[in-house]
Design a protein around this ligand. Structure first.
Ligand SMILES: C[S@@+](CC[C@H](N)C(=O)[O-])C[C@H]1O[C@@H](n2cnc3c(N)ncnc32)[C@H](O)[C@@H]1O
Length: 293
């Protein structure tokens, strides 16, 4: 089950009040969206987006059971189109917008789309089945230079050169189609001591591929710009990121935008108790800005 990260903190900063409207740009398993709806009755609404239609199907049942189905509109879409979707849905005024980036535990553990290195699955890694690029395409067709770039920049992988080289060599003999093959390649390309580290040897490679497949940094950049226009004056934008490049992008965007004031002086991180219960929260950073014009 996906446990929403920093839920109390998100609610504290978004501060949802009765009858206010919010956008959840990353519905996932609906943990944050339902928590917001709990606070915004009887008429407050949530417009939720997700690229993954399976997430929407799952939350539909949950929202019905919680008695908030009528106040939750879910759209299968990329948050890079957040302005157009909000306009199409005539959803306003918007008091706050939440982005909880990356993937959900459900996608990691149960989607069968190759997000995990724990099982043998096809190398897909797309949030949306409509997206054109899969992880399989990247590992089999991208140049050594491009592979190295994503491994280094998105994965922060110190053996980016070695892994990229090993991928090129391996695919010359046989297409790389499944997660277990990729894990073997990464293991062979890296020294023994690297295999005994706390995080799995292939963690960074998998993260890099996922971010490249789903163009995560580009989408965030596009969405942040639009979010400022969508949110009403005094409204808030909250972003939970799990990657230093994303966090830096959010931090700089909030700082540089004259309409925004950052209200989290330092990024909010999960406490020890939360990390113990939900290891995924370990790398989460929440930043929140308020619009004032
Ligand atoms: C970390 S989960 C969100 C979890 C959610 N806050 C909860 O409490 O259950 C992130 C979700 O965002 C979705 N997602 C990632 N990139 C997206 C994008 N560009 N547009 C829309 N949804 C996206 C993923 O499919 C995933 O379901």
């Amino acid at each position: 089950m996906h446990i929403p990260v920093l839920k109390n903190e998100v609610i504290k900063y978004l501060d949802p009040k009765p009858n206010q409207n919010f956008i959840d740009a990353t519905l996932g398993d609906g943990g944050h969206a339902l928590a917001i709806l709990e606070k915004t009755g009887p008429k407050g609404k949530v417009l939720a987006l997700d690229l993954d239609v399976d997430a929407i199907k799952r939350v539909k049942t949950k929202a019905k059971e919680a008695g908030v189905g009528a106040r939750l509109t879910m759209i299968e879409d990329n948050f890079a189109n957040i302005a157009g979707t909000t306009q199409k849905e005539k959803f306003k005024p918007v008091h706050g917008i939440l982005f909880d980036l990356g993937l959900s535990s459900n996608q990691l553990e149960k989607s069968g789309r190759g997000f995990t290195f724990q099982k043998s699955e096809p190398l897909d890694m797309r949030y949306s089945k409509e997206s054109p690029t899969t992880a399989e395409k990247i590992v089999n067709f991208w140049s050594k230079r491009d592979l190295e770039f994503i491994l280094k920049d998105y994965g922060e992988e110190e053996f980016s050169k070695e892994i990229a080289k090993a991928i090129i060599e391996a695919r010359a003999t046989k297409n790389i189609t499944h997660t277990n093959h990729l894990v073997d390649i990464v293991k062979e390309a890296t020294p023994k001591w690297y295999h005994t580290k706390k995080i799995h040897t292939a963690t960074k490679t998998f993260q890099a591929l996922r971010m490249a497949v789903n163009q995560e940094l580009d989408n965030l950049k596009l969405a942040l710009r639009q979010a400022v226009d969508i949110v009403e004056n005094e409204g808030t934008i909250a972003v939970i990121s799990f990657h230093s490049l994303e966090d830096r992008m959010v931090k700089n965007f909030f700082q540089d935008n004259p309409q925004l004031t950052t209200i989290t002086k330092k990024p909010i991180i999960a406490g020890e108790g939360e990390v113990k219960k939900n290891p995924r929260s370990r790398s989460a950073k929440l930043r929140v800005a308020r619009k004032s014009i």
